[in-house]
Design a protein around this ligand. Structure first.
Ligand code: PRP
Ligand code: ZN
Length: 285
């Protein structure tokens, strides 16, 4: 019986969300203490808890079959790995930043500068695409302090909230790469493992689709139903139940949460009352 080995970040910005996604997919894994690997009880996967920087290499070498890791790390390491799905969390960007007060008038201002980064490959490709010649200083951590200790004129580092830049007196000037957590897999899996990967993906898809989707119920004068249905995006036939009040109905439908906030005022203006918004756990297509 095959088991799919999946790596996740041991501790860091993706760890909690990765574990949550797996748990919400109905897969139970227990990690005791600093255990490096742990098999799920009710699904044929085994989780490996690894440093994120090591993960693409392990996938490429076949030590693990798949992983949840930042796209930034996959791109930087330029290894053989198939990006199976974007996961919608761990969003951040790799950006070039310069010390506050430095004159900056576009990417040509980087010409001849020394840029400190842990992402030399991505930065090199970016500078080449912009036809800028700059010196890349590779450092493995705490890139944000490089300018203040004379290790560079600028940095190229991950930005999430932006607070690291602010507290180090740096200003973001060029976004280089948009990143988020992705599910990656080895390009060559055995048919058995590929089947497990697809089952895992099926569950993840159901969870991720549900995250931005809400179940809406509302009460409405029956005569207003055609107008309200027109307002509800993408749902041609919501369920309609009669209320125990002549001329009134209850309407049930599913909408994307972003879309809901855009139409809620219009729904009320059209006569909707008692609007309830409920979370959905899974959406199967
Ligand atoms: C990144 C980056 C910054 C910080 C930016 O490190 O190197 O230090 O996050 O986040 P902020 O904009 O919210 O302040 P990360 O925590 O990913 O650690 P790692 O690169 O060492 O894995
Ligand atoms: Zn890291």
């Amino acid at each position: 019986m095959s088991v799919l080995r999946i790596a996740i970040q041991k501790s860091g910005r993706l760890t909690e969300s990765s574990r949550k996604l797996i748990a919400e997919s109905g897969i139970e894994v227990e990690q005791v203490g600093a255990q490096l690997r742990s098999a799920a009880y009710n699904f044929p996967i085994e989780l490996f808890f690894l440093r994120d920087d090591d993960i693409p290499e392990y996938v490429a070498d076949g030590v693990v079959d798949a992983a949840i890791v930042g796209l930034n790390i996959v791109k930087e390491q330029e290894v053989e790995a198939r990006v199976v799905r974007e996961l919608g969390f761990g969003r951040c960007r790799l950006s070039i930043a310069v010390p506050k007060g430095v004159a900056y008038s576009g990417v040509n201002s980087l010409e001849g500068l020394r840029i400190a980064t842990s992402y030399p490959n991505i930065l090199r490709n970016y500078l080449a695409s912009k036809k800028v010649t700059a010196e890349i200083t590779e450092i493995s951590g705490s890139v944000e302090i490089a300018p203040s200790i004379g290790l560079g004129d600028a940095v190229c580092d991950l930005v999430s909230s932006g607070s690291t830049l602010i507290s180090n007196g740096l200003v973001e000037v060029e976004p280089v790469l948009q990143s988020q957590a992705v599910l990656v897999a080895s390009p060559t899996l055995s048919p058995n493992k590929e089947e497990i990967l697809q089952k895992f993906l099926f569950r993840i898809n159901a969870v991720l689709r549900a995250r931005n989707t809400k179940y809406i119920t509302l009460n409405t004068p029956t005569e207003a139903i055609p107008e309200i249905v027109k307002l509800l995006p993408g749902m041609k036939s919501p369920s309609v139940l009669p209320l125990n009040l002549p001329g009134w109905s209850s309407l049930h439908t599913v909408v994307a949460e972003d879309e809901f906030w855009e139409i809620v005022e219009k729904l009320k203006a059209a006569g909707a009352q008692g609007i309830l918004v409920l979370p959905i756990e899974k959406v199967i297509e």
